[in-house]
Design a binder for this molecule. Structure first.
Ligand code: SF4
Length: 178
């Protein structure tokens, strides 16, 4: 089965043209770069936890989902000062659920943004930012200047999707890393 127009959750390019095909215990992620493809391959990774584990006598033991959810709820409602730390590369829907749980518990809710792009978002909220979506940037920009970044490493499809390769009418890209 092939799923089309899947959004890659890895980097800020948010490529939305990924085609994911499942079959025989393997997955193919067409259009994704190496980083994006690695993320999709984790669906069949041997280190992925495929069922919940509950501690019994100090040892992690496979459990049914209902049992694990019950146990998790018990732990959360009995916590004196709960802190929910929500990971990056997680869907907005999952974050929304986490925020609702945090509100219900009166918990502190934190996420990877504290050590990553959080200060950027706070600066944008306070001072504003002029920007356009990458696709629009490709259409209207004559030249792109990327400051303090190395998109070849951190956003591999920048060149092929938004930069110099999309077509002869595409913009030029200059990378200024200093
Ligand atoms: S550039 Fe690669 S890692 Fe980034 S969103 Fe696109 S496919 Fe994913």
């Amino acid at each position: 089965m092939i799923y089309k127009n899947i959004i890659c959750p890895v980097c800020g390019a948010t490529c939305d043209d990924i085609q994911v095909e499942f079959g025989d215990g393997k997955i193919e992620a067409r259009n994704a770069c190496k980083m994006g493809n690695a993320k999709f391959q984790e669906i069949f990774s041997s280190h992925r936890l495929k069922q919940p584990l509950v501690k019994v006598d100090g040892k992690l033991t496979p459990a049914a989902w209902d049992e694990a959810l019950e146990k998790t709820a018990d732990i959360l409602v009995s916590a004196k000062r709960p802190l929910l730390f929500m990971g990056s590369e997680t869907s907005c829907e999952a974050h929304e659920v986490g925020l609702k749980i945090g509100e219900y518990l009166g918990a502190l809710v934190d996420s990877n943004s504290t050590v990553c792009h959080g200060p950027t978002a706070m600066g944008i909220q306070e001072a504003g930012k002029v920007d356009v979506q990458p696709k629009a940037r490709r259409k209207i920009g004559r030249s792109h200047y990327l400051l303090g970044t190395n998109p070849l490493e951190s956003m591999p499809r920048q060149m092929s999707r938004y930069g110099v390769f999309p077509g002869v009418t595409g913009p030029n890209v200059d990378v200024l890393t200093e």
